[in-house]
Design a protein around this ligand. Sequence first.
Ligand SMILES: Cc1ncc(COP(=O)(O)O)c(C=O)c1O
Length: 411
Amino acid sequence: IMSVFRDVTQAVPVAVFKLSQDFNNDQDPNKVNLGVGAYRTDEGLPWVLPVVKKVEKVIAHDDRLNHEYLPILGLPQFRSWASKIALGAASPAVQEDRVGAVQCLGGTGALRIGAEFLRRFHNGSNNTKTPVYVSAPTWENHNAVFASSGFEDVRSYKYWDAQNRGLDLAGFLGDLETCPEHSIFVLHACAHNPTGTDPTQEQWMKIAEVMMRRRLFVFFDSAYQGFASGDLDKDAWAIRYFVSMGFEMFCAQSFSKNFGLYNERVGNLTIVARDPDNLQRVLSQMEKIVRTTWSNPPSQGARLVAITLSDPGLFEDWKANVKTMADRVLLMRAQLQAKLQALGTPGTWGHITQQIGMFSFTGLNPKQVEYMVKERHVYLMASGRINMCGLTTKNIDYVAQSIHATVTSVQ
Ligand SMILES: Cc1ncc(COP(=O)(O)O)c(C=O)c1O
């Protein structure tokens, strides 16, 4: 008998996971993986943050905890502390009881729940035609998350100026000026993935001015708070500025990177509303969306984060752990740039240290990327994006030599 699945076509593998698989199958002793989107130590290993280890033991020994269902919207302490990390504990919006949150499965879950809500209720009900704008380029899942939530018109706004290896502010502002009113804009809060290039404060102010005047919806994606500058407050500057300007908005927060809790799926969707009444109605609908999506969220990651953020001593431990990760990225940036310059590698390499966060957009073109992978066994995304944490004291010379060999032999 024929299978009921006979007409199912084979889907294309997710690029970043496919790259890791190819890397694992590679037998070359010099191979390096610069593709993954996770932190690595100088030994090239995943890192369980010491503060997380400490709190895991606290949780294991706390006999008052159990495995009952959490509320549909998640652990209350987690939700409020997570929002305060983004907005600042002193935020007037928090004091005015117009900030709420939904505990979500990672930053992805927060984007998805937010997208689902917007499709149902923003700019009329079930308005699948409202344009959603994501940066060009962006984290590749942004497009798909909004499309899967029913939005039919996902577009790109100008962001990266390849020629000058920087922000295309004029292009960005132009798209904000000409897009339809009420369009939704996904903004990377800091440490833009994949370009490592953020607007300056003055540039954010211009962006906010147009967005306010044109009634555009602000949806921040904050997946790397702490990774841009090493300082949590500095990295939240853009979010806090938009809140201070009076925007109603969403902010999807991920604790995957800054807590190293990738597989615990701990994220938060912060909602800033005009007033408590609007907020409560929004939350009541969020509850309906979550109920049919995952019904109740998992507790371990949320507990770890809530306990850490609410205890002044643990909070200091965490900030120091985040700084350790951010500093290692900065060190690798400085060393890679210095090594390329010492080798006399053609091109300019200032962007390696000008860019911030976990990633660097090398400027290598697809042919050069292919050469890096095939001839040098250095794995990176087709866009030319490299994860700075994939570099270690041991492999950085080999990577610099590989980039040099690549740009001198492939144009
Ligand atoms: C820009 C951006 N947003 C969201 C996410 C999602 O993070 P999570 O793993 O918490 O779902 C990532 C992860 O790579 C990201 O880079």
